[in-house]
Design a binder for this molecule. Structure first.
Ligand code: NAD
Length: 485
């Protein structure tokens, strides 16, 4: 195996899961075994929670300004170790090196935001009646947990861990069982940065481990990022156990293309969005709705997609099962009468014959009711639906159950405003293929792409990871007593 056994990280030390059930970690690049780990038990989780509670009790007494000093050091370590971390992401996730490196860059940006929290977390103070003052302060929740998906082994854990810890909590991370190696490295760097033991912990496992997290009485809040089906069950189970929950789900993002769009800008942005990370991004362009005659732009788009080289500029998809699922969507669309303009099925990369590759795929003349146009495929597949009017395009976008992202490509400001105002999505873009809001804006979709309130990053995380205390104070006896204070 290329990497050591993946272990839980408990109170600053690595320790194997205590069940006998072993999972292999398979590289999508060649199907080889990279590592393995043992599923964790409720006892393992209990041990982590007890250590985390103890560490958090001391951590909450440290001021926010002091707490973030650890993260300043951690940010430097992320930069210093980015080559090694990039390689791990490449090996376990299969994305290309530049995409893996971009995850580290984003983790650094998220850490920088966490370092800036002292500038944002400043409570209010007001004289509410003569000589009587009311002030608000924010306090950590205690032990919190974060459940992550496979597609961003480093970025998604950083969405929550740095803010949660800066805000005075102890974090338990449950990485995806498909990509658990990056988190081992994150744990080492946090320790090296001087984070006290017990404040960052890892529990490895699958469904049963997630259920244990949802059921544990001493975990106060849970964030989840993954598919909508699991997001719903995690949201319901953890809420039923009276936790604070934010669960982000899947996506089917729409691009509304107007004939007046800048051809180069539209083509390059849309192709990068549908193919980046092999289409395994919850912000990827999935269904392109061409309004009127956009043929010149679409021809350019196909030309740009043809330049993509599998294995070099396009990474692998996560598993053989994913590859088969993606290919079956393409076959079904073909059988239903859509035209496969660019076909990524049966792609073999020389030298990586056992890798899980799907080439860039463009399906034209699909109808809005086909599964390729409606459902999340999570592969490098762009489905084109042609309509006559903008309102028809919006009706298709609005009818989709998801609501992560929607982008419009046009040179008309008025039409762009009309489309972004009427799209039913939490993150909209104008001439942007991947409209991810950057810090201090928060990341979060609408509809079936998010359960719970607020966003998972940015200023929203202050509200999610803390509770507010209001204190009313009076020092002057002459203020007397009235019914209010
Ligand atoms: P997934 O739902 O299969 O797994 C996510 C996590 O849930 C993993 O840690 C996994 O171990 C756990 N899990 C899986 N099945 C479970 C079950 N039945 N009960 C409890 N826990 C379970 O998602 P994935 O395949 O790892 O990731 C891809 C999905 O994540 C896509 O749908 C993508 O759109 C979504 N995603 C969404 C966002 C967002 O911000 N909305 C970001 C990234 C990924």
């Amino acid at each position: 195996m290329k990497y050591n056994e993946v272990q839980n990280f408990i109170n600053g030390a690595f320790k194997s899961g205590s069940t006998t059930k072993t999972h292999s970690v398979i590289s999508p690049l060649d199907g080889g075994e990279l590592s393995n780990f043992k599923e964790s038990s409720m006892d393992d989780l209990n041990e982590i929670v007890i250590a985390a509670q103890k560490a958090q009790k001391s951590w909450q007494k440290v001021t926010l300004k002091e707490r973030v000093q650890v993260l300043y050091r951690y940010r430097q370590l992320l930069e210093k170790n980015s080559v090694e971390l990039t390689e791990i992401i490449y090996q376990e996730n299969g994305k290309i090196h530049s995409e893996a490196k971009a995850e580290i860059d984003k983790a650094i940006e998220l850490t920088e935001f966490a370092c800036s929290l002292p500038q944002f977390v400043n409570g209010e103070n007001m004289e509410v009646s003569k000589g009587v003052y009311c002030s608000s302060t924010r306090h950590p929740l205690g032990v919190v947990a974060s459940i992550a998906p496979f597609n961003f082994p480093s970025m998604v854990p950083h969405w929550t861990l740095v803010n949660a810890i800066a805000l005075g909590n102890a974090m338990i991370l449950k990485p995806s069982e498909l990509v658990p190696i990056s988190s081992q490295y994150i744990a080492k760097l946090l320790k090296e940065a001087g984070l006290p033991d017990g404040l960052f912990n890892i529990i490895n496992g699958t469904q049963s481990t997630v259920e244990n997290i949802c059921d544990h009485p001493d975990i106060k809040a849970v964030t989840f990022v993954g598919s909508t089906k699991v997001a719903k069950t995690v949201y319901q189970r953890a809420s039923k156990n009276l936790k604070q929950v934010l669960a982000l789900g899947g996506a089917k993002n729409h691009i509304v293309l107007l004939p007046d769009a800048h051809p180069d800008m539209a083509s390059s942005n849309i192709v990068a969005s549908m193919s980046g990370c092999a289409g395994q991004r919850c912000m990827a362009a999935a269904t392109l709705i061409a309004v009127g005659n956009c043929d010149a732009i679409l021809d350019k788009l196909v030309g740009d997609a043809l330049k993509i080289q599998c294995g070099t500029t396009l990474g692998a998809v996560i598993t053989q099962a994913s590859k088969e699922r993606i290919e079956s969507y393409i076959t079904e669309a073909e059988q239903q009468g859509a035209k496969i303009i660019l076909d990524g099925r049966n792609t073999i990369v020389p030298g990586k014959e056992n890798g899980f590759y799907v080439g860039p795929t463009i399906i034209d003349h699909a109808t809005a009711d086909m599964r390729v146009a409606r459902e999340e495929i999570f592969g490098p597949v762009l489905t084109i639906v042609r309509v006559k009017t903008i309102d028809e395009a919006l009706a298709i976008e609005n009818a989709n159950p998801y609501g992560n992202a929607c982008s419009v490509f046009t040179q008309s400001g008025g039409l762009a405003n009309y489309i972004t105002e009427n799209a039913s999505a939490g993150m909209c873009g104008v001439n942007i293929g991947v409209p991810v809001p950057r810090e201090p804006f928060g990341f979060g979709g609408w509809n079936e792409s998010r359960f719970g309130s607020g966003d998972i990053t940015g200023k929203s995380s202050i509200i999610f990871f803390t509770k507010e205390k209001k204190t009313t104070t009076k020092w002057n006896p002459e203020a007397g007593v009235n019914w209010m204070s």
